[in-house]
Design a protein around this ligand. Structure first.
Ligand code: ADP
Ligand code: MG
Length: 296
């Protein structure tokens, strides 16, 4: 049976300001949802809260995944249980190759829910993913308890996985050899997020504006990439402003978020209606005040 993520009467504060004001939504593996809404309506707040970002405080309600509340779990435990977020603004990490980042992330995910998280302090082995040139590390070596070292997925095995995902997404291997997102274009960063999603194969994936700032070709590449990852075991939530990326995804449910509320849900016909009529009529229907957010 498909696992369910149930968001129940969720209230979220950021720095003592209530941003999400009682939100209900259920997402199942295999479903594709879209969340649309003006800037500042709380869409990124919702996805960050689901992933357990410490800056977002849940003041009421619950987030239930696989039958259990995950509110007390830190972000890495949520990821290990199959939740994933592709960021609106992916971070640049100079000094860490994309390949090593992905290998560490996949090892962490696979270690299961109880094992310690791999950090620079307990990292037992890093390599360039080629099978050669593997270095043993561990700070200065003196203070590391060898028995507590966390060993990464063997380079050969990781390389096979990475290659198959790169092929699937028609991505060039050269990006994985560079430092993560360092100097990447907007489109390359978003593709790297999709590659991360492909490697980690989450059960529910949130994609926060995977199309923002991209040209038409880059949107197609990202849209087709996500659509290749879709399947009965993956639930997808795409947060977007634009209808274009949805041409590549078979969308089941469309939700509109405004001023911290999910004010309307429907099928994909709703996307077209918003494209033609904007958000004003939905705001009016919901009885919300004008000007509390920025329409885009
Ligand atoms: P959206 O993704 O729909 O554009 P956000 O969730 O980013 O909206 O923002 C919703 C509201 O919460 C905005 O008013 C924004 O200023 C505020 N907000 C979001 N994140 C933070 C934060 N980390 N610190 C302060 N305010 C925030
Ligand atoms: Mg946002």
């Amino acid at each position: 049976m498909a696992d369910e993520l149930i968001i129940k009467d969720l209230h979220v504060n950021v720095e003592d300001k209530e941003i999400i004001k009682g939100l209900n939504l259920t997402i199942r593996q295999g479903e594709t949802h879209v969340i649309m809404g003006p800037n500042g309506s709380g869409k990124s707040t919702l996805s960050n809260t689901i992933m357990g970002h410490p800056r977002y405080t849940v003041t009421a309600g619950d987030i239930i995944w696989q039958g259990e509340s995950i509110l007390d779990l830190p972000a890495d435990r949520r990821a290990r249980r199959g939740l994933f977020l592709a960021f609106q603004y992916p971070m640049e990490v100079p000094g860490v190759s994309a390949s090593n980042f992905l290998r560490t992330a996949l090892t962490n995910i696979r270690k299961g829910d109880q094992a310690p998280t791999i950090t620079p302090d307990n990292l037992g082995e890093i390599g360039d993913g080629s099978g050669g040139n593997v270095a043993k590390v561990g700070g200065d070596g003196a203070n590391i308890d060898r028995s507590k070292r966390q060993i990464l997925i063997p380079p050969k095995e990781f390389r096979t996985i990475l290659k198959s995902k790169l092929n699937l997404l028609q991505m060039d291997e050269k990006y994985t050899k560079r430092y993560l997102n360092d100097g990447f274009s907007g489109g390359e960063k978003k593709r790297m997020e999709v590659l991360q999603m492909a490697v980690l194969s989450p059960k529910i994936a949130f994609l926060d504006e995977p199309d923002s700032g991209l040209d038409i070709d880059a949107i197609r590449i990202v849209g087709e990439g996500v659509s290749k990852l879709k399947g009965p075991d993956m639930g997808i939530v795409v947060i977007t402003h634009q209808q274009r990326i949805l041409n590549y995804l078979d969308v089941d449910f469309v939700h509109v978020m405004m001023q911290g509320y999910l004010v309307k849900s429907g099928g994909k016909e709703l996307v077209k209606e918003i494209e033609e009529r904007g958000y004003g009529w939905i705001r009016e229907e919901a009885g919300l005040a004008v000007g509390a957010e920025e329409d885009v």
